[in-house]
Design a protein around this ligand. Structure first.
Ligand code: NAD
Length: 354
């Protein structure tokens, strides 16, 4: 059998990984020649941000603490205006995907280089994908200017994650991995990263809930989240991400939890047509079928399994199905309104995909 033709674009991002590596941010800024950076930090990262402010010393010109998920357009515009006012030459983010997302919006607006210090498993730091939300609509796009020049991963920063955020952002990363296996740009270069990322996360997440300070588990999960982000960056998003972005923008639903609740249903929808890949996904998830294994894992991790619990109204089934069916993404199985309605109805109710 010959290999299906594919295109892969290697992305220029430097990764610095290791316990304590947060202390190397200053050195990384010097390497990039940045001396007037804006620091964007999640509220929950305040103590670490204070320490970073001290460490960055003269390299820091201004600090932003107000971060919100889905990057509201008015917040991004305000931050860009302030960055221009202080003549910043770079951006450092410290926090989860929301902090990284605001940093990406600033990098896209100004062209400034971005250095990301992630503290969840969201994986946004490894992708050139940006997202901005305005009037209930989340717009996403791909632009290499938003890809961090350097990502500094320090597993020590993840010890303080609440169990629910460990679980939800970890499942968000699993979604990156699995979608990267079937989306339009999937290739033999991205698939091994995707499968390994999913395998390690599905194995590590329950252990991290039982013992949040397990150093080995935290390191493994963070590497896996990085792999999942790389796989998604290479293969590109598909049906699952389209649905999550629509839901998040329209109903202001929590991003990572929405991914977790929807994923088993999108996997169940595609599973029958994926051939041997279905079996490989099941092995990665550690179950007889990936879709049912993912649902059971969400239950085990204490995550909501019904989109109705996360703010999706019943009418959303019809609204979202109609919008996606009108302009369907590439997907291994035809995306028709009837199938989408069934998929969304099951996810809204939290039905077991079996
Ligand atoms: P988040 O960044 O909103 O963080 C969730 C919560 O956890 C916040 O309250 C945050 O302050 C807190 N938190 C973060 N790190 C912590 C830590 N170490 N200790 C204690 N608390 C901590 O959530 P997320 O799931 O990381 O990111 C979601 C956002 O990322 C969404 O807006 C989503 O669109 C975006 N995202 C983008 C991509 C992409 O490729 N563009 C990929 C994944 C996610």
């Amino acid at each position: 059998m010959t290999t299906t033709p594919f295109v892969h674009e290697g992305l220029p991002v430097r990764v610095v990984f290791g316990a304590g590596s947060r202390h190397r941010v200053g050195e990384e800024l010097d390497r990039l020649g940045l001396s007037q950076v804006v620091l964007i930090a999640s509220g929950s990262s305040r103590a670490e941000a204070d320490a970073l402010v001290t460490a960055l010393d003269h390299r820091l010109t201004w600090r932003v603490d107000g971060v919100r998920q889905h990057v509201p357009a008015e917040l991004a515009a305000r931050v860009a205006e302030d960055a221009a006012r202080v003549a910043a030459d770079g951006v450092v983010t410290l926090g989860g995907g929301s902090a990284t997302g605001l940093g990406k919006a600033l990098a896209r607006e100004t062209g400034m280089p971005l250095v990301a210090v992630p503290t969840t498993y969201a994986g946004s730091e490894m992708t050139p994908i940006w997202g901005i939300t305005s009037e209930g609509r989340k717009t996403t796009g791909r632009d290499v200017r938003v890809l961090p020049k350097t990502v500094v991963y320090d597993p020590d920063l993840t010890y303080t994650l609440p169990p629910s955020t460990t679980a939800a952002s970890g499942m968000n990363a699993v979604a990156h991995s699995l979608e990267a296996l079937w989306s339009a740009g999937a290739s033999p270069l991205s698939a091994p990263l995707a499968l390994e990322g999913a395998r390690v996360l599905c194995e590590a997440l329950p252990g991290l809930l039982a013992d949040p300070t397990n150093a080995r588990g935290r390191s493994r999960a963070l590497v896996a989240a990085c792999q999942a982000g790389m796989a998604l960056a290479s293969a590109g998003p598909g049906l699952h991400h389209r649905l999550c972005h629509l839901l998040g923008g329209r109903y202001d639903m929590p991003h990572a939890q929405t991914h977790a609740a929807l994923l088993p249903h999108v996997v169940a929808f595609n599973e029958p047509v994926l051939g041997p890949l279905s079996a490989r996904m099941a092995v990665a998830v550690g179950a007889g079928r990936a879709s049912t294994g993912l649902y059971d894992l969400c239950v085990r991790l204490g995550l909501p399994t019904a989109l109705s619990e996360l703010g999706m109204p019943a009418a959303g089934v019809e609204e979202v199905a109609a919008e996606v069916a009108a302009d369907p993404p590439a997907n291994p199985r035809d995306v028709e309104a009837d199938c989408l309605r069934a998929l969304l109805r099951a996810a809204w109710a939290g039905d077991h995909p079996a």
